[in-house]
Structures are given as C-alpha cells and as structure tokens.
Design a protein. Structure first.
Ligand code: NAG
Ligand code: NAG
Ligand code: NAG
Ligand code: NAG
Ligand code: NAG
Ligand code: NAG
Ligand code: NAG
Ligand code: NAG
Length: 573
C-alpha cells in the first residue's frame, strides 16, 4: 500500500466526483418520475456500462444446457450443482449489440475440469472452448457502497443497459439447510483429481482428514462458543491442524499490478488484505513447494479490472485470457499445477466478475469468492465463500466496531442502499415509508465518515442484507461488525465460512419471495431468541475482523481455514 497507489487514488477521486454527479441526477430523475422499479436508472446510463446477460441467460444456463464433453455431471442432491463451466449457456438471440469480442484471440485449448462417473475430478481437453468463452456471461460489476454516496469505491461501471436485461429472481432456491446437506454430501462424494504422482503432502492431508473426522469432543472451550459452529469439535481440530501443519507456497511469478498488488480499502478489500497478509506470513508460507499442501495464485480480481478492462468494451475476455496465460505460465514452469490438475491451488477474489473469470482455466482450483452463488457455479466442498468486507480505513480496519446494547436498539429493521439488482426495489416497494419500525431507505444522504449509516446499524435490532446485482453484500459483515443481527435476503447466497459456521444460529435468512412478510417474520421472533441471536453475533464477530498482524481465529485465518478444510476433505485416498 502507500505510494504505489497514489495515482490510483487520484483516479478514484475523479471517479468519485463523477459518481456523485451521476448519482445525483439519477436520484433526481428517479424521484421525479416516481417509477416503481430501478429501470429508470438503466436508461440514464449509456456508456461505461456493461450490459448484463439477463435472467433469461441464467435460467437457460440451467434448463437448456449443452454438455460439451462426454462428462457426467456431478449431481449434488438433485439440484443444479453442475460445474457451470461444463455447460455452455445458451446465448440470447442477439448478442451482437452488447458484445464485440470477435477480435480477441483465445487459446483454443483450454483444460476444463469435469467429473467422471465415480465423482473424481478429471481434466479434459476441450478443443473448442473459444465458443464458450464468447458466450461467457458478462455481468456488470456492482459497487456496493454500504448505502453511502461518500463511500467512493472501486468500480463505478455497473448499471445494466436495457430494461429487459434486469435480473429477475431465479425460481429454484437452495436454502441454507440444504446447503448444509450439500456440503456434508460433498465430503462423502467429491474428490479432486488423483495426483499424477504421490507425495508426502497427500498422506498428510489424508491423515488430517482422519483426525478431524475423529476429533475429540470439545466441551466449553473458552475461545469457541459451540452453538455458532456446525460442529465445534471438528472446527477446533481442523483449525489446530492447520496451525500446526499447513504449508502454503506462494508463486513468485506474475507482474504487478494484477499479481502481488494488494489493495486494502473499499468493498473488495478482502482479497487485498488476504494477499498482503498471506505473502508476509511466516507461519504458513514455505519456500519449498514440495512441502506445500496448498499453492496460492496471488492475483487481484479488482486490479485485473482496473488494469485491463477496456472502457465500453463490454468484454472481459482479455481479463480471462490474462488469467489463462498466467496459469499456463505456472503450469509450464513448475510441475505442481500438473500434479493435481490445479486441485491444490487456490485463489481469493472479491470482485463480482471473479466467478466468471475463473470458471474455465481455474475451474479445478479452490476458489474463495465473495460472489458465492449456488447458481453461478459455486461448488460445495471445493469453493469457499469469502466475506465481503468494506474497509473504510486501511490504517484502522476495526474502527467504530461494536453496537448499542439491546435497550438502546430503537429501530426494528434497517436497510439503506442503491437500487442495484431486482431485490431492493421490491424491498423498498413494500417497506419504504410504510411503517415506523422499518427504516428501509434508498441511498442515504452523505454524512461524514458514513456516520449516519453506521449509527443506524448500531441502533437497529436487525440489519437487512439484501443482495445487489450479485448475491453478496458488504452488509452481512457490517451487521456483525456493528452488532446488528443480519437478515440475509439473497436466495442461493452461500454465506461466508460456511464450512465452519452455522449461520442459522446467529442470523435470519429470509427468502426473497417473503419480503412482503418481512416485518411479521421479524416481530414473530421472541425477545429471548433475539437476545440469543445478538449474543451469538458478538461471539462470531472475531471471525470477521482484519488485523494488521493476524490473530488467532480472525478473518485471515478463517479464510485460510475454509480453503484448507476443503482441500483436506477433497484430497483423494
Ligand atoms: C430450450 O430452448 C428451446 C429453444 O431455444 C426451447 O424451445 C425449449 O423449450 C428450451 N428448453 C427448456 C427446458 O427450457
Ligand atoms: C461417454 O463415456 C461413457 C463412459 O465413460 C462411454 O461408455 C461412452 O461411450 C462415451 N460416449 C461418447 C460419445 O464418447
Ligand atoms: C430429481 O429431480 C427429478 C426431476 O426434477 C425428480 O423426478 C426426482 O425425484 C429427483 N430426485 C431426487 C432424489 O430428489
Ligand atoms: C441482432 O442485432 C443486429 C444489429 O443490431 C441486427 O442487424 C440483427 O437483425 C439482430 N438479430 C436478431 C436475431 O435480432
Ligand atoms: C490444441 O490441441 C490440438 C490437438 O488437440 C493441438 O494440435 C494444438 O497444437 C493445440 N494448440 C495449442 C495452442 O496448444
Ligand atoms: C468450433 O466451433 C465453431 C463454431 O461454433 C465451428 O465452426 C468450428 O468448426 C469448431 N471447431 C472445432 C475444431 O470443432
Ligand atoms: C462433531 O464431530 C465429531 C467428530 O466427527 C463427532 O464425534 C460428533 O458427534 C459431532 N458432533 C455433533 C454435534 O454432530
Ligand atoms: C504441464 O502440462 C502442460 C499441458 O499438458 C504442459 O504444457 C506443461 O509443460 C506441463 N508442465 C510441466 C512442468 O511439465
């Protein structure tokens, strides 16, 4: 950080001014016209906006799919958990207006991961993948600003272009309890590729798995409050083994700024903080790749956009190509990628585009992603949900931590934010200015240090975390940070650290379709249960805090733990 980014900050400032101007005119226009949905936004933006493949595409992707190779799609409990990259989405009739990718060269030989009948992940050469990259969905990146104009953030180019391209709800919903089942099933059924040759680390992983499965029962650990975990005994053992044994090799290859440049503020800060702390880490990092259980590809999805996205190009093919080239380089120079087909490699990406950018060449890797969407190729047992943390001050990431005590929580429910995506307009339609207990707003007016927004969070019982363009929102971690019980309204969102944490024990998950009933749902929670939820939010808080020097059980360790845990459970015997 520091000097490296001075010019970038200047750039950001310009963008911020631009954003404020635009936002203002949008708000004015919006209020003036009083259109019920956010579509008015769309028509106001013309340039610098990436059109989104709309709902019809996401639907088509799951109903009308072409299996491109002779593969058996891994069926996780009969829901739509195919590996997305195996399937070619049907493109809507006319992509020519939105895309002009015809000039970009894409390497024709891309290795896609597929799962064979016995559930093993194999590598298959797909000789005509160009096609599927062209058809690659390209959604806008969504700047989540925690509801505040002041919060300039990384990317601004975000509004879908055409009305009909506005996302609408997908019909199938995987509930949180179904997700729990899928994760457990994956432990039994999903194994990564068999290594081409065995090494000691394989044995160590299997040994760790057996020790976790047979973990001694933990009762009353002062540091770990049992009810917030799926299984505190397994978590504790797995964490201990990680601390004792895990070795990570960090590739040195790769040019800045896309590789090795941590960016530490804003809504995509998680990937930057992780990168910075991982690269500097003494405990886990090994210089000897033969001893490594995991290999880190230190790229920043945010910097990838920053450095390579061509304004108005509506294409991220060149971004994808960059990553492909990087992996090719790694695979050519070292034998480690080929040994496991990438299964012991991982990446950490918070940008909205990260899932689609990494679902081809990087499909076999463990992907730790903020945009953890069951419908976007999130793979239970392999991928991990990365918390989206909105870091306002890189010098002091835990500034303003904490919330009001119960008696000083005067508001039942709070939400504020821009009308990104399809859920928030519905939320506002039902609850804005409808009920004094429900403080549901659009974007809040600017306040110094975002204090308005933060005060609302601290003084509310429940904080509504409604999805934006994508499933993730920084509100989930913000709510925990400001000690407000999160109410997640984002179907198919896999909440962070899902492997370890039992989200139903400290948050409320409301289906998108139940928004009209939101207040009833919240008031029907008895005070006793509310107090329990609140107490657990405080217990879980430490897992979501960044520290310049990582401390036990903090967010850095939890991110690494999720990756470790997935690797341990997918290693092959
Ligand atoms: C698949 O697409 C075709 C035409 O593109 C359509 O007629 C058919 O109904 C679709 N199938 C499903 C299952 O959506
Ligand atoms: C697909 O794979 C199965 C078994 O792996 C094999 O029996 C079948 O012949 C293959 N089909 C094609 C078209 O390659
Ligand atoms: C899987 O889905 C099909 C159709 O969607 C249904 O007929 C079948 O019963 C389901 N199987 C299980 C195990 O849920
Ligand atoms: C697609 O768009 C192009 C140019 O906008 C137009 O010429 C063409 O007729 C359209 N095709 C379809 C199928 O709508
Ligand atoms: C792609 O694969 C084909 C054979 O499948 C091979 O002849 C060709 O050289 C490969 N191209 C590249 C760029 O690796
Ligand atoms: C690749 O796909 C294109 C269009 O989809 C087709 O024209 C071409 O023949 C295919 N190439 C191979 C090698 O299958
Ligand atoms: C937690 O995991 C341990 C080790 O596998 C097991 O013995 C124990 O029964 C589990 N506890 C619960 C509550 O599932
Ligand atoms: C790994 O495999 C790729 C493609 O199969 C090959 O080009 C590369 O040389 C291999 N790497 C090493 C180090 O052997």
């Amino acid at each position: 950080m520091g000097g490296d980014f001075v010019s970038m900050f200047q750039l950001e400032t310009k963008r911020l001014l631009w954003l404020i101007g635009i936002t203002f005119s949008v708000i004015l226009a919006f209020q003036y016209l009083e259109l019920p949905y956010g579509n008015v936004l769309l028509s106001l933006f013309s340039s610098d906006k990436v059109p989104t493949p709309e709902n019809t595409v996401s639907q088509a992707r799951y109903t009308n799919k072409t299996i491109v190779n002779n593969v058996t799609v891994f069926n996780q409990g009969n829901s739509t958990h195919e590996l997305g990259f195996v399937l070619e989405p049907e493109w809507p009739q006319n992509k020519s207006q939105a895309f002009d990718d015809s000039t970009t060269n894409v390497s024709p030989n891309i290795t896609a991961a597929v799962l064979s009948n016995d559930g093993n992940m194999l590598l298959s050469q797909k000789d005509n993948v160009t096609d599927s990259i062209e058809k690659e969905s390209f959604r806008p990146s969504s700047p989540e600003t925690g509801g505040n104009v002041h919060s300039k953030s990384s990317s601004v180019r975000t509004v879908p272009k055409e009305k009909q391209e506005f996302h609408t709800p997908v019909s199938e919903v995987t509930t949180v309890s179904e997700m729990n089942k899928l994760l457990i099933q994956s432990h039994a059924s999903y194994r990564s590729m068999k290594p081409r040759w065995f090494s000691n680390v394989d044995q160590e992983l299997l040994q760790a798995r057996s020790e976790i499965v047979n973990a001694p029962i933990v009762k009353n650990d002062p540091k770990l409050y049992g009810p917030i975990y799926h299984n505190v005994s397994m978590f504790k053992r797995s964490y201990e083994l990680m601390e004792e044994r895990l070795k990570v090799y960090v590739y040195k290859e790769g040019a800045r700024p896309i590789l090795h440049s941590p960016f530490l503020t804003g809504i995509y800060a998680s990937e930057g903080w992780f990168m910075k702390l991982m690269e500097a880490n003494k405990r886990f990092v090994t210089k000897n790749p033969k001893k490594a259980h995991l290999f880190y590809l230190p790229f920043s999805s945010r910097m990838l956009e920053e450095a390579l996205y061509v304004k108005d190009s509506h294409s991220h093919k060149n971004l994808i190509q960059y990553l492909h080239d990087y992996v090719d380089l790694i695979a050519a120079r070292h034998s480690f990628w080929n040994r496991t087909g990438g299964a012991d490699h991982f990446l950490v990406g918070c940008h909205d585009w990260a899932p689609s950018e990494t679902k081809l060449r990087l499909a076999t890797c463990i992907r730790s992603l903020c945009n953890a969407d069951v419908k976007e190729g999130f793979f239970f047992g392999k991928d991990a949900s990365l918390p989206e943390t909105y870091v306002r001050n890189a010098q002091n990431p835990t500034r303003d931590l904490g919330g009001n005590t119960f008696s000083k929580k005067t508001t039942l429910a709070f939400f504020a934010g821009s009308m990104h995506g399809y859920v928030r307009p519905i939320l506002l339609k039902h609850w804005e200015n409808k009920d004094p207990d429900m403080k549901i707003f659009g974007k809040l007016p600017k306040s110094k240090g975002n204090s308005n927004y933060i005060q609302y969070m601290k003084s509310s019982k429940y904080c509504i975390c409604a999805r934006g363009y994508e499933v993730n929102s920084p509100r989930v971690v913000e709510a925990i940070f400001y000690e407000c019980v999160p109410v997640i309204i984002s179907d198919n969102f896999v909440p962070p650290f899902f492997e370890a944490l039992d989200w139903e024990s400290f948050s409320v998950v409301v289906l998108e379709k139940d928004i009209p009933n939101l207040k009833n749902i919240l008031v029907s929670i008895p005070e006793k249960r509310y107090l329990r939820l609140l107490m657990r939010v405080k217990k879980v808080q430490k897992h979501f805090l960044w520290h310049k020097k990582p401390v036990k059980y903090d967010i850095f360790h939890m991110i690494l733990h999720s990756i470790w845990y997935n690797r341990v459970f997918s290693a092959i015997s």
